[in-house]
Design a protein around this ligand. Structure first.
Ligand SMILES: NC(=O)C1=CN([C@@H]2O[C@H](COP(=O)(O)OP(=O)(O)OC[C@H]3O[C@@H](n4cnc5c(N)ncnc54)[C@H](O)[C@@H]3O)[C@@H](O)[C@H]2O)C=CC1
Ligand SMILES: Cc1cc2nc3c(=O)[nH]c(=O)nc-3n(C[C@H](O)[C@H](O)[C@H](O)COP(=O)(O)O)c2cc1C
Length: 175
């Protein structure tokens, strides 16, 4: 896609430094997800807030994954993953999958079943999207994984876990 050229000089040319960017991003509320994979290259999981809907034809999510994360080589080699969106009571799991804990310990802290791709589905998640990675792009430190959704699993009573201001917040509600 060709972007339109603009002849005027931007008045917003000051560089946004990393810490300013992170402080600003701390003000952007986001759902909390545990991304899991299993397959020929092993099992892995990590916490992610950088998850977004792209299109519903075909149903596609994007997940941004730091290439330095221990899960990166496993997720990309398996080519499939599940986005498990956390419920309010699952904040401890978010910290576990977002830290430097060994993979076996992360998975031992919850109950799982298996989705159509073979990826682990988290018991008690508000919703799980079982996906195959259709393509990816690298930007800076991260890979953007475009994930075609092959199956969804919804819990009947749904509530949400929101990450905002570097803290977790439970969001009760009915959908
Ligand atoms: N997109 C990502 O890779 C994210 C990574 N994290 C990591 O989890 C840890 C705890 O999170 P916070 O206390 O919120 O950390 P923080 O105070 O360093 O970051 C504040 C916000 O900046 C953004 N951010 C942080 N690191 C980022 C990265 N490497 N790439 C893109 N965006 C990033 C996120 O929106 C995050 O909530 C940090 O070490 C952080 O690097 C957290 C949220 C998103
Ligand atoms: C609340 C929260 C949100 C996170 N979001 C992302 C994300 O969207 N993308 C990402 O690559 N890492 C994210 N992380 C960091 C990974 O979860 C973390 O790097 C990984 O689980 C631990 O890395 P390791 O397995 O290499 O030890 C997040 C961490 C936390 C606590």
């Amino acid at each position: 896609m060709q972007l339109a050229q603009c002849e005027t000089t931007s008045q917003f040319s000051a560089p946004v430094i990393r810490e300013d960017y992170r402080d600003a991003m701390a003000r952007l509320a986001a759902a909390v997800n545990i991304i899991t994979t299993d397959g020929p290259c092993g099992r892995a999981g990590f916490t992610a807030t950088a998850v977004c809907s792209v299109t519903d034809e075909p149903p596609t999510l994007l997940v941004c994954l730091n290439r330095s994360a221990s899960a990166h080589p496993i997720v990309t080699a398996n080519g499939q993953l599940c986005v498990n969106t956390l419920a309010g009571a699952q904040r401890d799991l978010s910290n576990l999958f977002g830290g430097k804990t060994p993979m076996a310990e992360r998975f031992a802290a919850a109950q799982w079943s298996t989705g159509v791709t073979g990826s682990p589905l988290l018991d008690g998640a508000t919703v799980s999207f079982d996906c195959r990675i259709s393509h990816s792009a690298s930007v800076g430190t991260h890979d953007i994984l475009y994930c075609e959704v092959l199956a969804v699993y919804r819990r009947d009573s749904a509530d949400a876990l929101v990450y905002f201001g570097r803290n977790y917040h439970g969001l009760p509600g009915a959908v």
